[in-house]
Design a protein around this ligand. Structure first.
Ligand SMILES: O=C(O)CCC(=O)C1=CC=C[C@@H](O)[C@@H]1C(=O)O
Length: 373
């Protein structure tokens, strides 16, 4: 493979509402889109999903832009390689989200050249024809939460994840679980509880939740090995997201004294090379895996839609319509779950076209590099 030109776009997508979690809130999505072009006229797209502040993981938009501009992009233009996964050998100690965006763009191009779908080709698996929508509700007033749940039920959603924090308390959650028996609820605390708060987590175990995601504010997953209180008659899986950024930490999940799950996000794991290995590990070790999302554009989200169509997903992913967060998405057709289900696109590469008019419209800065070869 040889790349002739790479362009990096700083895109600002205005959001329809303020998405609030225990650790931060978002009402404008700054994101980086990478376009790679080959000498034969084909192009591939990827997205770098880092946020402008380090509220989720330590990698920020500015960190990603810098390493792409100074290292990854100029160097990749110099290389000849046979598979995009070779970039994981070229760049050691990478910034996971920056590298994932570049890797995804190269994979899109690679699979377009082969005229094969990226995710189906990579996993050598037939994807499910349709996937269900799982919804995420940010923190908002109790009345607004109830209104949103009613709307989600009307639109066919059966699994809802609520963003929680210690300040929210357990009463609302208990009431919601009781009032909506037809809904499978999951909770996500974004690491806002202290380890000493485990009795609250234990209290939530009575509710039959699909999982409790990232409850504890910890530096190292190994700290959880001591939480043996949670192993006694505790049945709700504890799900990990931002605590697992590599395969080494994923291995620790098998040593924890309670049932675990993994929220899979390509950017956080450093690309599809690690994502594929993480999914294989989960399958081998009976760790329930399911697919998350990053309030990202459709360029990244469509890959997550396809991952959610792999066999063995433990529950519906955090995957919503393009129109949920944005007026216009960067892909055509946009992501949509009519009646709660989406038909999974299986075209070549990422499976959909990039809306280059929208990309141009929301670009506030861009940088192009051309090969001198
Ligand atoms: O994109 C979506 O629909 C959900 C995104 C989402 O829940 C998150 C995105 C980014 C940071 C996090 O606070 C949060 C998560 O923890 O999964």
């Amino acid at each position: 493979m040889r790349i002739e030109k790479i362009t990096m776009f700083h895109v600002q997508l205005p959001m329809k509402f303020n998405f609030k979690t225990a650790k931060g809130s978002l009402n404008l999505r700054d994101t980086i889109i990478i376009k790679v072009e080959s000498p034969n006229g084909l192009s591939g797209f990827g997205e770098v999903v880092a946020f402008t502040t380090p509220f989720y993981t330590s990698e920020t938009f500015a960190d990603s832009w810098k390493i792409l501009e100074e290292t990854y992009l100029p160097e990749i233009l110099q290389k000849d390689f046979s598979h995009p996964f070779e970039i994981h050998e070229f760049f050691r100690n990478p910034l996971p989200m920056a590298l994932a965006g570049l890797e995804n763009a190269l994979l899109d191009l690679y699979f377009k050249e082969k005229n094969e779908n990226l995710i189906a080709g990579l996993f050598q698996e037939k994807l499910a024809d349709k996937i269900p929508r799982g919804a995420v509700l940010g923190q908002m007033s109790d009345a607004q939460t109830i209104k949103e749940i009613d709307q989600l039920i009307n639109s066919g959603v059966k699994r809802i994840k609520l963003k929680i924090s210690p300040q929210i308390g357990t009463d609302l959650i208990k009431n919601l679980v009781k009032s909506y028996p037809q809904i499978t609820f999951a909770l996500d605390a974004n690491r806002s509880f202290q380890l000493t708060d485990w009795p609250v987590i234990k209290e939530l175990d009575q509710l039959g939740l699909a999982c409790i995601e990232e409850p504890f504010d910890i530096k190292d997953l190994s700290e959880l090995k001591l939480l043996t209180e949670l192993s006694v008659n505790f049945s709700t899986p504890i799900c990990f997201d931002e605590s697992v950024q590599d395969l080494e930490s994923l291995k620790i999940l098998t040593e924890l004294p309670f049932q675990t799950m993994l929220n899979v996000k390509i950017g956080r794991l450093g690309g599809l090379y690690q994502t594929q290995k993480a999914i294989e590990f989960c399958r081998q070790h009976q760790i329930g895996f399911w697919i998350g999302s990053m309030v990202e554009s459709g360029i990244s989200k469509i890959l997550h839609v396809q991952l959610a169509a792999l066999s063995g997903n433990a529950m519906a992913g955090d995957l919503s319509d393009s129109k949920h967060y944005f007026d216009i998405d960067l892909i055509q057709p946009e992501i949509a779950f009519p009646n709660g289900w989406m038909t999974v696109p299986t075209g070549a590469g990422i499976g959909l076209s990039v809306n280059e008019v929208a990309l141009d419209r929301y670009t506030v800065n861009k940088l192009s590099l051309t090969s001198l070869k």
